[in-house]
Design a protein around this ligand. Structure first.
Ligand code: C5P
Length: 237
């Protein structure tokens, strides 16, 4: 499928649906995060899935295993295609998330893709130390990615600069969803992103999907920008 997932980082369903309607057919799916979900609730996910869109529900669940399992079950019933948890919740929490996804599939829903957030890219070495982690961010990312894989999850979210190390550690079938896409077909505006790669660099580094927000949503012609970014990302292996 088209690897571009567009981050619908807007405050209202009206804006989100207008953007999704404008881009449909040029991208692979849409990411609904905590800003939009908290404003509009599950109806925004239903509205998109009813239009046939694939929705990555980016709510980063992190709780006791029983609660996370319930959240994954609810997200599956909602029709979300992809959803995520924090790997820092540990192996039992991730295993519970995987089991809930399997149960949803057995109950007649599509098997959702469940991925893990490793280390937030806003956390540097000093921040990790402040929360009691003494390894480098990259080592911690690879450690948590392996833990997610061992727990049976389908993949991770990772910054472009972490992608190659995770691909090497976790093999070809593990999904890597990569934000921080700038430059090349994604245009030169960095916004608040610092460690970035172009769409084709990120795919060559091993990304499975690219999360792209403002290079598409803030473009003068979002549909044209999406088409160019998707074309650049469609590299042959
Ligand atoms: O507009 P932009 O392309 O920067 O949007 C990137 C999206 O990916 C945003 O929704 C942002 O929250 C998300 N994201 C990120 N970096 C991470 C994890 C998620 O930019 N490490």
């Amino acid at each position: 499928m088209n690897p571009i997932l567009v981050a619908l980082d807007v405050a209202s369903a009206r804006e989100a649906l207008a953007m999704a309607d404008a881009l449909r057919g040029t991208v692979g799916g849409y990411k609904v995060g905590s800003q939009l979900f908290t404003a509009e609730g599950p109806d925004i996910v239903r509205a998109l899935t009813m239009r046939g869109d694939k929705v990555f529900l980016d709510l980063k669940f992190h709780d006791i295993p029983n609660t996370v399992a319930g959240a994954i079950a609810s997200a599956s019933r909602l029709g979300a295609w992809m959803m995520n948890v924090h790997a820092a919740g540990g192996p039992a929490m991730m295993a519970a998330a995987k089991a809930a996804a399997d149960t949803a599939a057995a109950g007649g829903h599509a098997r959702p893709v469940v991925i893990a957030v490793t280390v937030l890219t806003s956390m540097d070495e000093a921040t990790l130390r402040a929360v009691g982690v003494d390894t480098s961010p990259l080592e911690q990312v690879v450690h948590l990615a392996r833990m997610a894989q061992d727990a049976g999850l389908d993949g991770v979210v990772a910054s472009p600069l972490e992608t190659a190390a995770i691909r090497a550690a976790c093999g070809p079938d593990f999904l890597i969803v990569t934000p921080g896409i700038r430059g090349g077909a994604a245009g030169d505006a960095k916004n608040d992103q610092s460690r970035t790669m172009t769409p084709d660099e990120a795919m060559r580094a091993g990304a499975s999907y690219l999360v792209v927000g403002r290079p598409i949503t803030a473009a003068a012609e979002p549909r044209v920008a999406a088409g160019e970014i998707a074309a650049a990302a469609s590299i042959e292996d």
